[in-house]
Design a protein around this ligand. Structure first.
Ligand code: DGL
Length: 279
């Protein structure tokens, strides 16, 4: 693995930016090529075969930038397609599920852990399986929250309807007596103020991004080689304007530029004309 090659990160939308923020903190010298597959969002209500096909297209596209490793910063893609993608491509591909479970195990005291996730992730059983492998004594309660991703992508965070929806999703987990809640979708850290308000301080919230970065650090020998601040690249397959608006808010002062790309099966850029949104 050449240190000066970039890292690829992908998600169905802006959710993977929560992982990018952690990457920037730990690896400020690493260049990131980010792909948000907003044309196909939400992944959570899609068929596993479709999600696998999207993952292949995206990684083929990222490989054109000679990425040295890819982070599937999407629990939905990780839960249904990680093993297929790892077999298909010759570079390391890191998923979200194992790091998230490890983070949950570290935090729980009463061994009752909740996971909020998309429907596809919940239906895959990936969290239950991974907890069984890593800590069979922990009881895991998985709750599908299909409306959360659209709410985040539309920037409807601290709204009355968002609180109402969140209350109904979180109630069964509160009743189950969890002391730890894993964000089993990279979009959900955007909803932290809402979830924190509903659950109070007794439940620990786990954003797995930190643990994912730890996994990456065991792969990367040093903290990148670039001595200048790297130029990160952001691509979206759907509207660049909405990706830009939410992304900009989240990444604060970063001079974000988002380029539109639609991919064919080989990850070839199929766009008739490229559009960008930037600061
Ligand atoms: N951020 C993705 C995840 O972690 C959201 C998937 C979706 O588009 O539904 O699961």
């Amino acid at each position: 693995m050449e240190n000066n090659q970039p890292l690829g990160v992908f998600d169905s939308g802006v959710g993977g930016l929560t992982v990018v923020k952690s990457l920037w903190e730990h690896f400020p010298n690493e260049q990131i090529i980010y792909f948000g597959d907003t044309a196909h969002l939400p992944y959570g209500s899609r068929d596993p075969q479709e999600i696998i096909a999207f993952g292949k297209e995206i990684i083929n596209f990222l490989l054109k930038y000679s990425v040295k490793a890819v982070i599937a910063a999407c629990n939905t893609s990780s839960s249904v397609s990680l093993s297929f993608l790892q077999k298909e491509f010759p570079i390391p591909i890191i998923g979200m599920i194992e790091p998230a479970v490890r983070a949950g195990i570290k935090k729980t005291k009463n061994k009752r852990v909740g996971v909020i996730a998309t429907s596809a992730t919940a239906n895959s059983g990936a969290y239950e399986r991974t907890f069984k492998e890593l800590a069979a004594d922990v009881q895991v309660f998985v709750q599908a929250c299909p409306l959360f991703v659209p709410l985040v992508e539309e920037g409807r965070i601290e709204r009355r309807e968002t609180y109402q929806i969140a209350r109904s999703y979180l109630q069964p987990l509160q009743e189950a007596g969890i002391d730890t809640l894993i964000f089993g979708c990279t979009h959900y850290p955007f909803l932290t103020p809402v979830i924190r308000h509903i659950l109070g301080d007794e439940v620990q919230l786990v954003d797995p991004a930190e643990e994912v970065v730890m996994e990456l650090s065991s792969l990367l020998k040093t903290d990148g080689q670039k001595k200048t601040v790297p130029q990160h690249l952001f691509f979206a397959s759907g509207s660049v304007a909405s990706f830009y608006t939410i992304g900009k808010k989240f990444l604060n002062s970063y001079p974000l530029t988002v380029e539109h790309v639609s991919l064919d099966e080989q990850g070839r850029d199929d766009s008739l004309s490229r559009k960008t949104a930037s600061t």
